[in-house]
Design a protein around this ligand. Structure first.
Ligand code: FAD
Ligand code: NAP
Length: 536
């Protein structure tokens, strides 16, 4: 552990994913003492934990990367259009080494509690091992998708075969060859891994509760001429991406036209172009897909037709056809997903109407039918956005617990601060555009906002900053009102907390888009942190 000898720091950061690493870099560059706590034994966060086969980004690598260092973005060469997990992890490790971050990170260390010491205006951070550090500012860089969700099926512990969760994948290769494998879930993690598991498993059985829309990635080696072109003016590319609703896709065609403004032929042709382009840009083919149910249905039917044209067995194809609004759950990006169901060794089981009853020693039971497996994979996602934060016992001013304050759902100001919790910042917390954006763009914006704010406090003689109750209430209302104008709240997504039984249903991310969010933050900054209470 570094050269800092005491247990007092200017800043304590929880998490060493992209958010925690950049926050640490900013802390050190601004001459502050800092410590990072990380549960894993290395940096990378998401890309450290999610080592399942096929894991890769769904935002293109040239965009899903840090912009804070001009030389870094010139030096690092991505090998694929959508980099795979090992390459993204190597990138995170490279950043940690390049900027000498590791000395300040305490790995294999879980933060168990953080409590605000009213009299001293500082945070006491306690680790699971009972160690304590004190810091003036605490930054929760704990990740939106870092607390795995493992449904509490009856008999969860009795299965005697191998069991894995995609979000806690082992570091050693997992061998599927000759094995009967069951996978629960058909979200992005499952959709990426199913085609690869099916290549070597003796048999793969997929348990699907909700069919998902997936767009082909058309992944491949990076086009060197394209990458060189971006590098020749990377700053401009980054800037143009920041003007995009989700912080990426500036070099891909999008349209504000309504689906209904063009002829049938042109509409199909435009969808086909976006389908062939691949990736998340499909939902930007027309401007009204996120707001108008009839428009959305037309895009949804285009994808369903693609599924029907790909999957040989019509019954399986129909089961794979989603019926919810396209985009109200995160759209998936795949390589060979639908065509995997044409393989003889792959079976799809619908558990929408007849849920998984229980696990047994040898497999699981659905609708009185027993399925025997050598291995079961939980691709069942995450307790998103609040899970990791609430696993920490966070106590704010006057003994208020974050868990109590958020009992009916999370409330924040800008997704960055919470009333009652002075000098505590979250990176991409509930109320931030986070998961609806290119997250590295959002992370950099949040961290820059936090450090500009800390500089302001330092230069103006303030020692505490805390979200005002009224500003927080207004932000929650604004988030809800914008979400209400979209189709997002129409289905049972993890954005709403609907995937975790008992979790309050609140639409958690800010849906107004990255540019609007950034301009609101800028207004707050120029008005000397309007909505925050500052005190000396
Ligand atoms: P994380 O990377 O989740 O890091 C948080 C860290 O905090 C973790 O390492 C965790 O161990 C640590 N931590 C949490 N609680 C504690 C505690 N109490 N004590 C100690 N340590 C703790 N986003 C995109 O924009 N594009 C993509 O293509 C994309 N692909 C994704 C693919 C997968 C499989 C997943 C799961 C997510 C993906 N995301 C993607 C979202 C992704 O989470 C973010 O892009 C980004 O990596 C988040 O970085 P972070 O630092 O905020 O959080
Ligand atoms: P997810 O999208 O939440 O999918 C979990 C799956 O498990 C869903 O199909 C869900 O069904 C199912 N499930 C949950 N509980 C179940 C139960 N009790 N019985 C049966 N099925 C159950 O999780 P994820 O696939 O890990 O992805 C989470 C997020 O991480 C993504 O949305 C994305 O933001 C990010 N991610 C991105 C990529 C990428 O392409 N770069 C890859 C992986 C993850 P229901 O839909 O019915 O709840």
């Amino acid at each position: 552990m570094g050269t800092h000898q005491s247990n007092r720091f200017d800043i304590a950061i929880v998490g060493a994913g992209f958010a925690g690493m950049y926050a640490l870099k900013q802390a050190l560059d601004s001459g502050r003492s800092a410590i990072v706590f990380e549960r894993g034994d290395d940096v990378g966060g998401t890309w450290y934990w999610n080592r399942y086969p096929g894991a890769r980004c769904d935002v293109q690598s040239m965009e899903y990367s840090y912009s804070f260092d001009k030389q870094l973005q010139q030096d690092w060469q991505w090998t694929e259009r959508f980099a795979a997990q090992p390459e993204i992890l190597r990138y995170a490790q490279h950043v940690a080494d390049r900027f000498h971050l590791r000395d300040h990170i305490r790995f294999n260390t879980v933060v168990a509690s953080a409590d605000y010491q009213d009299t001293k205006n500082e945070w006491r951070i306690k680790t699971g091992a009972g160690d304590e550090v004190f810091a003036k500012t605490c930054i929760m860089a704990t990740g939106c998708l870092s607390s795995t969700n493992r449904p509490a099926f009856d008999g969860i512990d009795v299965f005697e075969g191998e069991q894995y969760h995609t979000g806690l994948w082992p570091h050693q290769p997992v061998d599927f060859s000759g094995k009967r494998v069951g996978i629960i879930g058909t979200g992005s993690s499952a959709i990426q891994s199913i085609p690869i598991i099916a290549e070597s498993a003796a048999h793969l059985t997929v348990f699907q509760r909700t069919a998902n829309y997936s767009i082909p990635a058309h992944n491949g080696p990076i086009d060197e001429a394209y990458a060189a072109d971006i590098r020749s003016n990377y700053d401009d590319f980054r800037e143009r991406n920041k003007q995009m609703f989700a912080g990426f896709g500036a070099d891909q065609a999008r349209s504000d036209l309504s689906v209904f403004e063009v002829s049938d032929e042109e509409r199909e042709a435009r969808f086909e172009v976006k389908w062939q382009e691949g990736g998340l840009g499909f939902t930007s083919t027309f401007g009204d897909l996120g707001r108008s149910q009839p428009a959305n249905q037309i895009a949804a039917e285009f994808v369903r037709d693609k599924i029907r044209a790909t999957v040989n067995d019509p019954q399986v194809a129909e089961l794979l056809c989603p019926d919810q609004v396209i985009g109200c759950k995160r759209v998936c990006v795949d390589t060979n997903y639908y065509k995997t169901y044409n393989k003889d060794n792959v079976t799809l089981i619908n558990v929408r109407d007849t849920p998984i009853e229980r696990l047994t020693k040898t497999g699981l039971i659905v609708d009185d039918t027993a399925f025997d497996f050598d291995m079961i994979i939980f691709a069942t996602g995450f307790d998103a956005m609040t899970g990791s934060l609430l696993k920490i016992d966070v106590t704010g001013r006057e003994g208020v617990k974050l868990a109590d304050k958020w009992a009916a759902g999370p409330t924040t100001y800008l997704g960055l601060g919470v009333h009652g919790f002075p000098n505590l910042f979250m990176v991409s917390g509930p109320g931030s555009p986070s998961v609806l954006s290119n997250m590295i763009v959002t992370i950099e914006q949040h961290v820059d906002f936090i450090f500009t704010c800390l500089d302001f406090l330092r230069s103006s003689g303030f020692t505490t900053i805390e979200a005002e109750a009224e500003a927080e209430a207004a932000w929650v209302a604004q988030c809800n009102s914008i979400a209400g104008e979209t189709l997002f709240p129409t289905c049972n997504s993890w954005y709403l907390g609907a995937n975790v039984p008992g979790k309050p249903r609140i639409f958690m991310p800010f849906v107004g888009g990255f540019p609007l969010y950034q301009s609101i933050c800028e207004e707050v900054r120029t008005a000397n942190y309007k909505g925050f209470h500052l005190a000396s």
